[in-house]
Design a protein around this ligand. Structure first.
Ligand code: DC
Length: 224
């Protein structure tokens, strides 16, 4: 039996993974997994339940138990629904992002979220966006993309995204946070952020969204 095709898009925060991944998923008619949202939901729930990042047993239990749904939206990122509640904005705050980045290095937590991520591999195909989609979660993916961009460009993109959502943000602090998060994502021992050996590396610093989407579509078409 042929396995369900997967396109993985990995890269640091602000490299354009989400925007590109959603556009390509839409054009292919495939499902889309924002794996960072799973880490953020876990962080958000842990914060609400006052579970600190050193309480491994409760975090693991929570990571295995929670269920969320992604509701596709026309022209906007999918809504993240937890127990009937729209928590899309709550998980995008810098506090949730910061806690997610502290939970992400913990091997037991990554292991607990592994099956959840693989369950999104459903026909006709999946576009999976994250940090370790091509290296760990879907190592057999047919096409693997690794997006990069300079920290300055990425911070501008994040700044705009957060401003558009109505969040009050400080550019200098955001740049510091992005650098610190990169350091943690790249430096952790379990599934660090790095391109898979067979990934196509695209620097998006000077490319528009349409150009990157087209390049990714070409790579998918070449592989089919
Ligand atoms: O992409 P994002 O900013 O929403 O991700 C939130 C955090 O989760 C970020 O610190 C990196 C981590 N993450 C991860 O370790 N592995 C993934 N596959 C996705 C996200």
């Amino acid at each position: 039996m042929l396995s369900v095709p997967v396109l993985t898009i990995d890269g640091p925060s602000g490299s354009g993974k989400g925007t590109i991944g959603q556009a390509v998923a839409k054009s292919l008619g495939w499902h889309f997994l924002d794996s960072g949202a799973l880490y953020r939901v876990l962080a958000h729930l842990a914060q609400n339940l006052n579970i600190t990042d050193d309480n491994l047993a409760e975090l693991q239990e929570l990571a295995q138990d929670f269920e969320i749904q992604f509701m596709p939206q026309d022209g906007a990122p999918p809504k993240v629904i937890y127990q009937g509640e729209d928590i899309s904005n709550a998980i995008r705050t810098e506090t949730a992002g910061e806690m997610a980045s502290r939970l992400a290095p913990i091997p037991e937590i990554r292991q607990s979220l592994l099956q959840k991520q693989r369950q999104f591999r459903q026909p006709p195909g999946l576009v999976a966006d994250g940090r370790d989609m091509g290296t760990t979660v879907f190592p057999d993916a047919g096409v693997k993309i690794y997006l990069t961009a300079s920290p300055e460009i990425r911070v501008q993109r994040r700044y705009k995204q957060l401003k558009d959502k109505g969040f009050d943000v400080n550019l200098t602090r955001l740049l510091d946070e992005i650098r610190e998060r990169d350091r943690r994502d790249v430096g952790r021992e379990t599934s660090p952020l790095r391109p898979a050996d067979d990934a196509h590396i695209l620097d998006t610093s000077d490319l528009g969204i349409d150009e990157v989407v087209q390049r990714v579509q070409e790579l998918v078409a070449e592989q089919a």
